[in-house]
Design a binder for this molecule. Structure first.
Ligand code: IMP
Ligand code: MG
Length: 182
């Protein structure tokens, strides 16, 4: 598994240090409000678990499960909600947590769907944001790290459902991506 990673971008201590910063920022911004977190599964699993344990505020946690990739490394643009029920977030201060912002399709679709439940506010937090032109306009309120437009795995992020359990985030070897699109 390790040999499939071309280079490590963020090791475990670097991720945890950055989570300390984001958690402090979120805790300060939401100090007088009750936070409702909506986690986008499965990619955000490690991120959510590690981030929320650093936020000493009363909060609720809901999850949505979406798919847009279907095993390829480019977003298809069609976002399918597997967890169909939209969490009941009427009048709540919602923070959507996702692993990575790429084309923007996923987060735009989730934000629109959550909006229909009439929350008081919606903010977006991503661990990673790719520096690129997006198909949909999404400006996250909290970003862990900005990265180049490369395919990364680990710390929850997958390629064809593998590599999620790597404790670090690294760039997947290009040959592996190319093989899969043949
Ligand atoms: P978007 O809809 O194109 O913004 O893609 C968002 C989703 O695609 C993320 O939640 C990830 O599941 C997946 N994704 C995008 N880029 C990567 C990557 O570099 N590695 C692993 N998954 C990715
Ligand atoms: Mg994925």
């Amino acid at each position: 598994m390790k040999g499939d990673v071309e280079r490590v971008l963020f090791d475990e201590p670097a991720i945890h240090r950055r989570l300390d910063d984001i958690a402090a920022q979120i805790s300060s911004d939401y100090r007088d409000r009750e936070l409702t977190v909506i986690a986008v599964l499965h990619g955000s699993l490690m991120f959510v678990a590690d981030l929320l344990r650093r936020i000493p505020l009363p909060l609720k946690l809901d999850c949505v499960r979406v798919a847009s990739y279907h095993g390829k490394s480019q977003s298809s643009g069609k976002v399918v909600f597997n967890e169909v029920t939209v969490p009941d977030v009427a009048d709540r201060d919602v923070l959507i947590l996702d692993d990575i912002l790429d084309s923007g399709h996923t987060l735009a679709a989730i934000r629109e769907t959550v909006q229909t439940a009439k929350p008081r506010s919606i903010q977006v937090c991503v661990l990673l944001s790719k520096k690129k032109q997006r198909a949909r306009e999404i400006y996250p309120d909290y970003v862990g790290f900005e990265i180049e437009d490369e395919f990364v795995v680990g710390y929850g992020l997958d390629f064809k459902e593998s590599y999620r359990n790597l404790p670090y985030i690294g760039v997947l070897r290009k040959e592996l991506l190319e093989q899969s699109s043949e």
